[in-house]
Design a protein around this ligand. Sequence first.
Ligand SMILES: Cc1cc2nc3c(=O)[nH]c(=O)nc-3n(C[C@H](O)[C@H](O)[C@H](O)COP(=O)(O)OP(=O)(O)OC[C@H]3O[C@@H](n4cnc5c(N)ncnc54)[C@H](O)[C@@H]3O)c2cc1C
Ligand code: FES
Length: 295
Amino acid sequence: MRAGEQAGTETLNLPGQVFEASQQMARVAFHTPWAKNTYRIHLDCPAIAVAIHPGQFFMVKIPGMTDPLLGRPFAVLDVGKDADGEPRFIDFGYVVVGKMTSRLAELVVGDQVEVWGPLGNGFPVAPPGRTVCVAGGIGQTPFMAVAKEALGSGHYGRAVPPATRRVTLCYGVRSTEYLAGLSDFEGAGIELKVATDDGSYGHRGFVTDLLKAELAKGDVAAVYCCGPEPMMRAVSHVMSETDVPCWVSLESPMACGFGACFSCVTKVIQEDGTWDYRRVCVEGPVFRSCEIAWD
Ligand SMILES: Cc1cc2nc3c(=O)[nH]c(=O)nc-3n(C[C@H](O)[C@H](O)[C@H](O)COP(=O)(O)OP(=O)(O)OC[C@H]3O[C@@H](n4cnc5c(N)ncnc54)[C@H](O)[C@@H]3O)c2cc1C
Ligand code: FES
């Protein structure tokens, strides 16, 4: 069944695209601390769980909350199954930075939230060979599903051509206490490389140092990146000196999430060398790094 056919869902038709996403009330099924100021939460939401694929996101809103009035975007971390093996839960990890995420941190199992998704384009299926994912801050969240799909241990809302694939995650944070999900990532069969700014875990320095070391091995088929903009700009610069394709997932602040308000636009360079705006919520959040006009 398609997401737009579920009870209580809506389909939006915008100029130039057919946009399908469902709006659901979802019960909090699991909620646990994941690192300092960071939590992992599962929402019982089958209509979105069956359709969402790696790198897509959904908007979350707390019913009755007027400040903020609008939902906030979160990338899918994973999809959980019910006892019959059917997709049922959507899982995300978040760091507390402001009003919505502070309220999210207070939710307990059984509370309800409003969810709207799946949204955005997502990452392409990882190519055969080795994909290196580069994450900074809370940017590791999309890469659990990317990796599980690539390694064949997770199945999301799309077909994946068979191939031998490997996934390496280069993950950088300020210090050890912000590292979220190391055992989850390792348990999924991901090769993990860690950098901390203060040297309290792994390599002392930038995640781009880890990326350069992986590129030097000469077997990288693609690079996927997500994190703070300065880090993605630095990764994009490193990748511009290689022939390896690189995709970045932008975390632009968003108001509507479905292409109507233009609050999320980013500048992209077009084929003729001129630039134009693209809406991160519908034409992204994933773009080729060479497309972005990094200021
Ligand atoms: C596609 C997408 C996927 C995302 N996935 C995740 C995820 O998996 N986990 C996660 O923790 N966060 C994720 N984010 C970021 C998340 O949406 C914001 O952290 C959240 O909206 C903050 O809401 P708030 O009300 O708590 O903060 P606010 O009160 O709105 O803001 C608090 C502070 O954070 C800044 N801020 C808010 N949003 C952003 C942003 N997007 N980028 C940079 N600074 C911001 C504000 O300027 C302000 O200084 C994602 C964003 C996008 C666009
Ligand atoms: S958030 Fe409204 S157009 Fe992207």
